[in-house]
Design a protein around this ligand. Structure first.
Ligand SMILES: [Zn+2]
Length: 68
């Protein structure tokens, strides 16, 4: 993981349709989806940040344990 690229990148979701994007956080606090600078494909331009660490954290308790 390279966390020293000098860019603040977050996962965000469109408040209108819920589509998820990787986005840059701008100094004014808004989010600009990477690759979608004009906003969401639904036309929405307001995004809520999500905690990517939480979003990517699955409950693995149901998976087979390698040290079973
Ligand atoms: Zn949308």
């Amino acid at each position: 993981m390279n966390s020293e690229d000098g860019e603040s990148r977050k996962m965000v979701v469109c408040v209108d349709c819920g589509s998820a994007y990787a986005a840059h956080e701008r100094p004014d606090g808004a989010y600009l989806p990477i690759g979608s600078p004009s906003g969401c494909s639904c036309g929405g331009t307001i995004f809520d940040p999500v905690d990517s660490e939480t979003a990517l954290e699955y409950d693995e308790s149901d998976q087979a344990s390698p040290d079973e």
